[in-house]
Design a protein around this ligand. Structure first.
Ligand code: COA
Length: 392
């Protein structure tokens, strides 16, 4: 057996697998950059549509470029009817992330470009997916509640239109803007698990749709995008709890995690969390709900516990406050991770295109790591095969 050094159980932490010009994180300084621009600048001044353009094309758009881009996205929002007809047959209690993952290959079947493989066409395919994921998410919520999906509203921007299709009423301007900022904040994050999954899949020369479906699968897990739903479940469990500090202490003592805390890269703070906190506070005031206050109590108690154990690098991440924010926006618990996906699809598509159309000399090879084999081993001739009747 080989005795070479391997990276067992570190989840590829610190291993660089490809060049990328899309985003950059400094985990020690709490900095996130998309295509050269700090996330704070984009959150304060940009919009999700402009950010998507930046991620896909590499530069901020001119006024005309942005107008054309937004029109293209709006024109691509509608989902083929056969998708709705299928969705109406699906179990009403299906996981919404499964629904999204099931619909993406259906969109591939309806792809108007056939097997054409060009950068510009893959940008159009990306626009189609970015436009349609909100429509599918909202439609699923209505279908499972016995309602007809609502058509997209041309007059509304990306975030406002999603809330309209989901809730059947137009959101107020502040809430719509805040959801748009949430989409900016979640749009990309270097080689996180779902983006890596998407890139890994297309490194086999599989399609953009296959890559996005893989990204959706990876995002659904509770250590990744699924954490926001878990955070909200935790807060709902905690509602009415007389002693939050004791609850947190007990949970950690039992070896459970406090969801929404910790990050594989950020060790001094997640720059996205700052924005979500401000939104949580404002939405708390607007709605009169106490989730922000409860989140803050959990945060204080968890940080105090970690500080006692000298674990000062485990801090609230993007999912901690986004759960509270989405809940107060009226987004159902199990649609919180789909909302993450509605944003992150822009990052996946940008990374997929980068992976697919890198210059020949820079093109990442087919990903093919090694495993350290720790199973049964009887030498290179293999173990002796015994017929079923001789097995004990
Ligand atoms: N609650 C309690 N303890 C936590 C914790 C949390 N949320 N996150 C990390 N820790 C502890 C681990 O138990 C471990 O303790 P140990 O050294 O005593 O065994 C230590 O911190 C390192 O944890 P590890 O999971 O190896 O850190 P990581 O940096 O590789 O993992 C996450 C990052 C995100 C997987 C991890 O922090 C986590 O599971 N968080 C909760 C889920 C979550 O919010 N995910 C969304 C991420 S954006």
């Amino acid at each position: 057996m080989s005795s070479e050094v391997h990276v067992k159980n570190i989840g590829l932490r610190g291993v660089t697998v490809a060049d990328s010009a899309i985003s950059f994180i400094d985990g020690e300084k709490g900095v996130l950059i998309y295509r050269g621009y700090r996330i704070e600048d984009l959150a304060d001044n940009s919009s999700y549509m402009e950010t998507v353009y930046l991620l896909l094309h590499g530069t901020l758009p001119t006024i005309e470029q942005e107008q054309r881009f937004v029109e293209k996205v709006k024109a691509a929002r509608q989902v083929p009817d056969f998708v709705y007809q299928s969705m109406k047959q699906w179990p009403a209690d299906a996981e919404p992330m499964d629904i999204l993952q099931a619909v993406v290959p259906m969109l591939s079947m309806a792809d108007e470009y056939g097997d054409t493989f060009e950068r510009g066409i893959n940008i159009n395919r990306s626009i189609g997916l970015i436009a349609k994921l909100p429509t599918i998410t909202a439609a699923w919520h209505r279908i499972r509640n016995g309602l007809e999906p609502l058509p997209p509203d041309e007059s509304l921007d990306h975030a406002a239109n999603f809330l309209w299709m989901l809730q059947g009423k137009k959101p107020d301007a502040a809430t719509a803007r805040e959801l748009d900022i949430c989409l900016v904040l979640h749009a990309d994050h270097t080689f996180n698990a779902s983006t890596f999954a998407a890139r890994e899949v297309v490194s086999t020369r599989a399609s953009l749709y296959a890559g996005v479906a893989a990204g959706l699968g990876a995002l659904s897990g509770s250590l990744h995008g699924g954490a926001n739903t878990k955070v909200m479940k935790m807060l709902l469990d905690l509602e009415g709890e007389p002693d939050v500090e004791a609850w947190v202490k007990d949970r950690l003592a039992q070896g459970h995690k406090v969801m929404g805390f910790g990050h594989a890269i950020y060790k001094t703070g997640d720059p996205r969390a700052v924005y979500l906190k401000k939104m949580g506070q404002r939405l708390g005031e607007q709605t009169g709900q106490n989730w922000f206050t409860l989140s803050e109590q959990v945060e204080r108690a968890t940080l105090a516990e970690f500080a006692q154990k000298g674990k000062t690098t485990i801090l609230p991440n993007v999912d901690f406050m986004s759960a509270t924010v989405y809940y107060m926006m009226g987004i159902p618990l199990d649609l919180m991770t789909p909302v993450f996906a509605i944003s992150r699809v822009a990052g996946w598509c940008s990374h997929i295109i980068e992976e697919q159309f890198a210059d020949a000399q820079e093109k990442p090879a087919l990903y093919r790591p090694k495993a350290q084999y720790v199973g049964e081993y009887c030498g290179l001739m293999g173990c002796e095969y015994s017929p079923p009747e001789k097995r004990t």
